[in-house]
Write a protein that binds this ligand. Structure first.
Ligand code: 16G
Ligand code: ZN
Length: 541
């Protein structure tokens, strides 16, 4: 690593003199865009080192997901399309904390040595790697992409500009490239369209299959949060049409103004409010929202009183898990050898956990909040479904299982269904467009309207609150964020408050993305859930 080149690149994107650099949060760096150029430079630099260490392509996605338009950020993508491991998050923090150009050059050199890059390269006969940089449609993207590219280039690692991408598209691209599979954007649409044709058993040919029309369901209204997912959803739908799919999609909130402003999956899930532009949509219409970078998906139906019925990540997970369980019934004798699992967080509504246990015979695994935690657990199963309530999730299939299914696909319909699902569902990360196609497919296959989906289980009354605090780090949790171990008497207080309610459950945890403490409470009645949440909020204050 040439320290002069690092210093030169860094001098073009100097850090703000005052103000601390942002920390690596749950999903990467996120802050107001003006302070981010030096952070993106450092992300590019780190991704380049990672790509050299792995001898594979890595990625940097410039996005702040569902955050306001003025914010931006970076998500770092490892060689199998995964989020960076905790060790590399530490490296990222070290580089971002390095204020001066000299400090940065020294830190980068230290990481370079720690990872033994020079000797790896000699062993391979020269550097192998590359970094692909993509972005969402925020106005600040241009400069931040340049900063990331400069960070990569100063290491000598080749850079690729992917331009506008959804976060899951960039994860897909990195993963597919490194696996030697077709990786371009057109390949992404092809895979989804072809997978859907197989998964729906050619139901795609019908605009509205006759039997399905009888449950009163029609096309899907899609709220794109005015984000990058809008153009990508349109491209996907065009590809579906080419493949003969007659399903109706009505794409709304296509931008470019108003990103995440009272629209999108986060708004719908957190505020339980209709997105802008859906005020006059008919009661009961099938709608879904994605977030600003299209890695979250929730479904909803207007209730005719300006409110809505929500189908959150847990409801989506339940539908997917049921579909998988049903498919497995079609392969007796073999299915028992497959490990099927569902991963949730403690913030999943207790009714969903209960449904998975009692109706599907699954024992959900609980992890801390954040995709990287859920993803890791899900990858330990042959078929691993994971979802957060906010709509981030996917279904992972092990290589071993895929190989077994391939052997029997010609004679076994259920095996073909599962293979098709593995094509539709993004294997790198949660993907709103993938998830949407799969949900649409399952509803049609089951001849289900929203009513049938809703009736799978009824959410227990719950309340989420966020509490502003001076320092959220004083709250420390354990057991997948279900118990507080600091400050001292907090957990005792929560336990006592919970004990006063029928079927009560409550947790508090520091947010990984904002300086707040999040509280979740559940109880037999809405009044009790509300008052339990308030009690816990008072304890946290
Ligand atoms: C990030 C995470 C999401 C998590 C959320 C929690 C990724 C890709 N995204 O958006 O999984 O649910 O943070 O934020 O990991 P909070 O701690 O502020 O509630
Ligand atoms: Zn997102």
């Amino acid at each position: 690593l040439d320290p002069d080149r690092v210093r030169d690149a860094a001098s073009r994107f100097p850090p703000d003199a005052d103000g601390d650099p942002p920390p690596y949060g749950t999903a990467g760096f996120r802050a107001q865009a003006p302070i981010l150029p030096p952070v993106l430079l450092r992300c590019g630099l780190l991704a380049a080192i990672k790509s050299l260490a792995a001898g594979k392509m890595c990625g940097v996605m410039v996005t702040a997901s569902h955050n306001p338009e003025e914010d931006n950020g970076a998500k770092l993508i490892g060689p199998v399309g995964e989020m960076m491991s905790p060790e590399w998050e530490d490296y990222a923090n070290r580089l971002v904390a390095a204020g001066s150009d000299d400090q940065l050059a020294a830190e980068a050199a230290a990481i370079w040595r720690q990872e033994g890059i020079d000797s790896i390269d000699e062993g391979r006969g020269g550097p192998v790697g590359g970094v692909v940089v993509g972005c969402d449609n925020r106005p600040s993207a241009g400069l931040l992409v340049e900063a990331a590219l400069a960070g990569v280039a100063c290491t000598g690692v080749p850079v690729v500009r992917a331009g506008l991408q959804t976060t899951p598209q960039l994860h897909f691209r990195v993963r597919a490239r490194n696996l030697g599979q077709p990786w371009g954007e057109a390949d992404y649409y092809d895979r989804l369209a072809m997978g859907l044709a197989k998964a729906s058993r050619d139901l795609v040919g019908d605009a509205v299959p006759g039997r399905w029309a009888a449950v009163g369901t029609d096309g899907l209204l899609l709220d794109c949060a005015n984000g990058v997912g809008a153009a990508k959803a349109e491209a996907l739908i065009a590809r579906l049409r080419e493949a003969g799919c007659g399903w109706r999609f009505d794409v709304r909130n296509v931008g470019p103004r108003g990103l995440n402003d009272r629209v999108g999956a986060d708004h719908v899930e957190k505020q339980r409010a209709l997105p802008l532009g859906f005020e006059t949509v008919a009661k009961g219409a099938r709608c879904c929202s994605i977030d600003g970078d299209a890695d979250r998906l929730v479904y909803f139906a207007p209730d005719g009183k300006r409110g809505l019925t929500l189908f959150d990540g847990n409801k989506i997970a339940a539908l997917l898990a049921l579909y998988i369980k049903d498919a497995l019934k079609g392969m007796p004798g073999i299915a028992e050898t497959f490990k099927v699992g569902v991963v949730q967080t403690a913030y999943a509504n207790g009714a969903s956990t209960n449904y998975l246990k009692t109706e599907l015979g699954l024992q959900p695994v609980m992890t801390s909040t954040g995709v990287k935690h859920l993803h890791r657990e899900a990858a330990s199963f042959d078929v691993g479904v994971y979802f957060e309530a906010n709509g981030h999730g996917t279904v992972l299939f092990s290589n071993d299982l895929i190989a077994k299914l391939r052997k029997i696909e010609y004679e076994d319909e259920a095996a073909r269904d599962l293979l098709a699902m593995a094509e539709v569902m993004n294997q790198a990360v949660g993907d709103a467009l993938s998830g949407m196609l799969m949900v649409e497919c399952i509803l049609r296959r089951k001849v289900w309207g929203l009513k049938e989906w809703e009736d799978m289980y009824t959410d227990l009354p719950s309340r989420q609150l966020k509490v502003m605090v001076a320092d959220r780090a004083v709250i420390k949790t354990t057991d997948a964020e279900t118990r507080c171990i600091a400050p001292d008497s907090l957990q005792q207080g929560i336990d006592a408050a919970v004990a006063r309610r029928k079927s009560g459950r409550a947790f508090a945890r520091p947010s990984g993305t904002e300086n707040v403490v999040r509280i979740y409470a559940e109880a037999a009645s809405q009044g009790e859930a509300d008052s339990l949440a308030k009690d816990v909020a008072r304890l946290v204050h």
